[in-house]
Design a binder for this molecule. Structure first.
Ligand code: TRP
Length: 336
């Protein structure tokens, strides 16, 4: 048996923030160094079209995402790093998979259901308002991303688990009809990866507009950390570490011993102002080198482009022959 294939995609919407870093990017960059698995990381730019109609933003976000992953040390020798839209086999497979995907399965997708339910509640009278075919069939494209590379394990956030299960369903149905060609993938849900709270205390998320971007100039980083919501306890009053955004961020960066020391300082009544200044210095020091690299990469998009194209060429070494096999199986064949 060959190596296990681990694959994950990153949608190119928005600017990477601290929450993305500790929850997804950092563990993935670590995993990219593993030589006992074959890993694929890609930017899902076709997926980003679903939520974003601004062409410049799509390009900007792709550039920022790629620069971020590379600046943080993604190992592009060991892992294959590419852009979805550089692999024409993916949309081709998407269409083929459409023909074995039950509409009823897609009806159950959370994102689609939420959009449909919102329309039902509003009194526009149009149940399909704002719902594109791309939103509806998003899981089919995602299945193609996964199945195109015979992925065994797909590390994703909880919100994406259903999509991976749909990819399983689709693959099983395909195999049932055309023979055992596709590999059945499995979702791996990041159980112990940290989830950070944002500026307002809710989960840090682009949709809440409460994020701290990962690579902002130090001055801006300080300003944002100072803005994190705290309660009104005075210095000297004991403080809880639970549900404290400042503590969570510190914990995501500091070592175990440091965290224990900090826990004690909370109990002893550390002042919020002092803590914020310290947290800023800590996070800033942790990110300085990567930020310099990020700025350098952002100034050399040609270099990033060439890294991605190299990744795409490697990825297509898998995709091209598998798609040929799939086309043959479904009857898209030469006539003579
Ligand atoms: N939909 C995923 C997200 O929003 C990104 C993604 C696209 C993906 N294709 C994928 C993740 C394939 C894992 C595998 O986060």
């Amino acid at each position: 048996m060959g190596k296990q294939v681990v694959l994950t995609g990153i949608t190119t919407t928005g600017t990477p923030h601290l929450g993305n870093y500790v929850g997804a990017i950092r563990p993935a960059v670590e995993a990219s160094k593993r030589s006992d698995v074959r890993s694929f990381y890609f930017m899902a730019d076709y997926h980003s079209l679903v939520k974003n109609a601004d062409p410049d933003l799509i390009r900007q976000s792709s550039l920022e995402q790629a620069a971020t992953w590379l600046a943080l040390g993604l190992d592009t020798e060991t892992a294959t790093f590419y852009r979805q839209s550089d692999i024409p086999e993916i949309p081709e497979l998407t269409w083929i998979l459409n023909s074995v995907t039950a509409k009823g399965l897609m009806n159950r997708a959370h994102a689609y259901k939420a959009a449909a339910a919102a329309n039902e509640e509003s009194d526009s009278g149009d149940p399909d308002k704002g719902i594109t075919m791309a939103l509806f069939s998003y899981p089919v494209l995602m299945a193609a991303d996964i199945l195109m590379f015979r992925a065994n394990k797909v590390p994703v956030g909880k919100d994406q688990k259903q999509h991976v299960e749909m990819a399983r369903d689709i693959a099983q149905r395909f195999n049932h009809h055309y023979g055992e060609i596709l590999t059945i993938p499995e979702a791996v849900i990041g159980g112990n990866t940290a989830v950070l709270s944002g500026l307002d205390g809710r989960k840090m998320s682009k949709s809440y507009n409460n994020t701290i971007p990962l690579f902002v100039p130090a001055k801006r980083l300080r300003k944002l950390i100072m803005k994190i919501k705290t309660n009104s306890l005075e210095p000297g009053e004991p403080k809880q570490t639970e549900d404290c955004a400042l503590f969570e961020i510190y914990q995501a960066f500091a070592g175990e011993t440091e965290v224990e020391v900090m826990r004690q300082r909370f109990a002893d009544g550390i002042g919020w102002g002092d803590l914020k200044q310290e947290l800023f210095e800590y996070v800033d020091a942790h990110l300085t080198d990567a930020r310099e690299e990020y700025d350098r990469l952002m100034d050399t998009p040609d270099h990033i482009e060439s890294v991605l194209l190299r990744g795409a060429a490697t990825a297509r070494e898998v995709a091209t022959p598998l798609l040929a096999e799939i086309r043959e199986a479904v009857g898209i064949r030469r006539l003579g």
